[in-house]
Structure formats: C-alpha cells, structure tokens
Design a protein around this ligand. Structure first.
Ligand code: ASP
Length: 350
C-alpha cells in the first residue's frame, strides 16, 4: 500500500549540540572551540541539493561533548517530543567523545519511537578540506529521511552514523581517537552500510508495533551509578569504596573476558556485602566484543552466586544509560535487577 503522504517532501530537524564537527581553532590558544552553528550549513551546501526541508536548532551553549551531562539528554528528549509531529526524522550533531553514551541514554528515554534519531559528528572540523564531517552529515540526513514502500521510516531507531556505517546507538563504542573509523558496533552488525548506495540490513532494524502510537519520553533519570574496572593489583580500599559507596544504587563491574573477576576472599566478601546491602551489581566485559557468561568459569560463577547480575553483551555506555533509565522508573532495586534481564531497545542479544 502506498501511504498518501509518501510523495511529500521529507522534513528533518538538525539539532546541533557541539563537538569537533562545528569547531574552529581559537587563534589565541590554538585549541579547538565550538562556533556558531549557522556556518555549518554554509560549509555543507550539498544539503541544499536534497529535496528535503531541513530546519536547524542549536543548543545554547554549544559544548565539547566531554561536558555532556544527563540534563542535555533530557533537553534532547523533550525537544524531540515537542517537534515529533512536525518532522520525519532527527539528526543530532554531537561530539564523538560521549556520543555513544548519549545515543545509548536516548535509546532508553524514547519509547515507541517511529522516526529516525541519527547521531553524527566528525573527527576533523567541517571547515577543514579533509573533513569527514561532510560525508557523515550528508549520509546521516539521507538515512533520517529514508522511507520504506509503505511510507514508514526505514530506520525508526536511535543510531550513530559514522564513516559509512549506521550502528544501533546503544551498541556502538568510540574505538579510535584519531581514525575516521571512530566507532564500532562489535556485538551487532551495522544496520546499514553506505557505499554507492546505502544498503540497509532490514532484518536487524527494530520497528514499532504500532506506527501511530505516540512517542513516550522518560526523562526521570537516577544517576546513582558507578563503574568499577577490574584490573590486576586492584586494592580492597578501591573496591570497597566503589561497591559499598553510600550514594550508589548500582555498580557496573567491568570484568575480564566472559565475566570473570578475582576469586580472592577479600574481593568476594566485598561483593557479597554490597549485594546483601541491596546494591545492584551488573557484570559487563572489558572486551570490545563478546558476552558475559558467568556459568563458564568458576570465577564467574562465584560472582553470580554472590549476587552479581549479567549485563550480557552490553557495552558499558549502554549499561549506564539503561541503569539511569531503570533506576529512574522505580525505587525498588529488586525490580531493577529483574528488568536488567529484559531487552528493551535491542541493547543486548537475548
Ligand atoms: N572533544 C570533541 C567532542 O567530543 C571530540 C569530537 O567531537 O570528536 O566534543
């Protein structure tokens, strides 16, 4: 069936939060700083060749993404909700440093999403001849406007587009600080790859059960989460401070391999103590690829028995966003522990 609106010009909202893509060198300090957004559209006249209506919205202030706080995610979710009916898709220009955190958090905060929300940015500022920003932006725009034969969005998900690859936002990690291939999605193939044409991996793309149901946003985040990266030589002092911190409701434990940690008594006793006091301890792997399986080795099984829950093949960025979201839904840590096993937005293979 051809949707009656199908021949209508696609309309997109380009949201600029900051990042290298829009930075210029400050002559006084020789460092890169964000500058006025209107110049980005001048730098990318290619965008005018699309038969789309592209409006833009710049955050104030525009920031280096290492300054991103959950308040920015809340503003993004509210802005998307406010403009949801007016646009077919959203492209968010964002610094690469925390893009995977922001895309992960937004994926949980936006429920019943039926339109694309595509994060992109660049490793070189848009004004530099060899910039990767131009291609990233132009393709992200094309993906955000893409529709299927029924007039529905081709990719109604929160994604990151970077260096010819469209990745589910809550599956991507920044893997390089200086390569154009800055992001990878190690546990899930790309949702699309851009070559001469953009090839979509339709089987992997998540679509809403009801295209017409309203977007629901969850802006109540609870950030009482810490991250503990296990390493040889880690001390009881460090482990106790992080796992038993009074302010902490949940800790993401970045463990070795498929979910292993030291089996020393002092370590396991602190883990038991934290779990017994009601803390939520989530096990994710330090490896770039693969999953946690606490049944495989006795060191992993000891963690499971001590009350640690599996983060499956989640990235740390995604586990953080999921915990902020779930803790914001309920004060009951037992319920959160159960919900962590549920796949909400394709963030885990389960
Ligand atoms: N520091 C920059 C940022 O994240 C890096 C970038 O955009 O690539 O905002």
């Amino acid at each position: 069936m051809i949707h009656p609106d199908q021949n209508r010009k696609a309309s997109l909202l380009l949201i600029y939060t900051g990042g290298t893509i829009g930075m210029r060198q400050d002559p006084a300090t020789q460092t890169l700083r964000p500058f006025d957004f209107s110049q980005i559209l001048e730098e990318v006249p290619e965008l005018r060749k699309f038969a789309y209506r592209i409006d833009s919205y710049a955050f104030d202030p525009i920031i280096d993404s290492s300054d991103v706080e959950p308040a920015l995610w809340q503003r993004l979710a509210e802005l998307i909700k406010e403009k949801y009916r007016q646009y077919d898709g959203f492209v968010i220009l964002h610094g690469t440093d925390t893009m995977a955190y922001s895309a992960s958090a937004l994926s949980f905060m936006l429920e019943n999403l039926a339109k694309p929300v595509i994060f992109t940015g660049s490793q070189l500022p848009i004004g530099i001849p060899r910039t990767d920003g131009r291609e990233n932006l132009v393709s992200a725009v094309e993906i955000a406007a893409a529709k299927d034969s029924e007039g529905h969005a081709t990719v109604p998900e929160v994604c990151i587009y970077f260096d010819n690859m469209l990745m589910r936002g809550n599956r991507a990690c920044k893997v390089s600080s200086d390569n154009f291939t800055a992001f990878r999605s190690m546990n899930l193939p790309p949702l699309a790859e851009a070559g001469i044409s953009i090839k979509y991996n339709s089987a992997l793309i998540i679509r809403p059960s009801d295209w017409d149901s309203d977007l629901t946003i969850h802006t109540g985040l609870d950030t009482r989460v810490s991250i503990l990266k296990i390493h040889p030589g880690i001390t009881p002092h460090v482990v106790r401070n992080i796992l038993c911190g009074e302010e902490t409701r949940a800790v993401i434990m970045e463990t070795y391999g498929c979910g292993n940690a030291p089996s020393k008594d002092w370590f396991i006793n602190i883990v038991r103590q934290a779990a017994a006091s009601g803390k939520i301890l989530v096990n994710v792997t330090q490896c770039l690829a693969g999953t946690v399986d606490m049944h495989l080795y006795s060191n992993g099984k000891t963690l499971l028995d001590a009350g640690v829950v599996s983060g499956y093949d989640s990235t740390t960025e995604s586990a953080l966003g999921k915990l902020f979201f779930l803790l914001g839904q309920t004060d009951d840590n037992m319920t959160v522990k159960e919900l962590l096993n549920r796949n909400f937005r394709g963030e885990i293979s389960k």
